[in-house]
Design a binder for this molecule. Structure first.
Ligand code: PGA
Length: 258
């Protein structure tokens, strides 16, 4: 795909750390700073949050900051990137469950301020649900910060290769590599859902700040493509190259080919 996107070559330098723990602590501190700043201003901190292995230590550090350093989440409003479809919210592999276990159950966030995409199982309600999810984000003035992981195929959220850069929250089909990566958790490939509800690339790009965290050798190839390759919707994260307010936070292994 040929395009005329302007790359932000100066700004596209990743912040790298010796290991995942340091990268995660740095990321958690960025989020904590924003929460505290917004508290001073008497405003909500609107966080876009991610699931998967990558952010687990970020959430662990945020919990530590809450317990040991008085970080309150009373002004936090959260919107998660995505959720499998169909899946029950009480399923142990649902992202609703993940977020409760990894973060929300351990901090003082208000239940009504937590949003994880989920529709009941009827296909005909999904479109309306997605419109309302976008409206809710807009209602809070948009995302102050979006935390992202990256899939080995370059997906951000569940915006798989081929997703439109102007996409919004919608039902998506999961890419074979995404399902393959999720198979160990589900037990078998056969048990991994084929679809998900994901906020769109446009929705992500509207966030005021974006932190993309990538850890480990298995992310090195895609990070090299995402940062320095062609800007193409075949590598959804590549669109972030055009944006001034993205920070890539990597450990040395993920940064190996950069
Ligand atoms: P992971 O997934 O953190 O489990 O590697 C990241 C992603 O798919 O966005």
């Amino acid at each position: 795909m040929h395009n005329n996107y302007i790359k932000n070559t100066i700004l596209n330098r990743p912040t790298t750390f010796t290991n995942g723990e340091q990268a995660s602590t740095y990321t958690a501190n960025k989020i904590a700073e924003l929460i505290r700043q917004k508290q001073k201003e008497g405003k909500p901190a609107v966080l876009g949050l991610a699931t998967g292995n990558t952010p687990k230590l970020v959430y662990k550090e945020l919990i530590r900051l809450h317990r040991e350093e008085d970080l309150s989440f009373h002004n936090v409003v959260s919107f998660n990137l995505d959720e499998y479809y169909p899946i029950g919210t009480d399923h142990h592999l649902s992202y609703t469950y993940f977020m409760a276990e990894q973060l929300f159950n351990h901090v003082d966030i208000k239940k009504q301020n937590v949003h994880v995409p989920h529709s009941d199982f009827s296909q005909d309600r999904i479109a309306q649900f997605c419109i309302e999810y976008e409206q809710k984000i807009a209602c809070f003035g948009g995302l102050d910060i979006q935390l992202l992981g990256i899939g080995r195929n370059g997906h951000i959220g569940f915006n798989e290769p081929g997703s439109d850069f102007d996409s919004k929250t919608r039902l998506v089909n999961l890419h074979p590599l995404t399902r393959e990566d999720a198979a160990p958790e589900f037990g078998e490939l056969h048990d991994v859902p084929h679809q998900a509800i994901s906020i769109g690339i446009h929705t992500i790009m509207q966030a005021k700040n974006i932190l993309l965290l990538a850890l480990g050798e298995r992310k090195s190839e895609i990070m090299s493509k995402a940062l320095h390759g062609e800007i193409t919707n075949q590598v959804p994260a590549s669109i972030l190259q055009t944006m001034p307010h993205v920070e890539y936070v990597l450990d040395n292994e993920a940064a190996r080919l950069i």
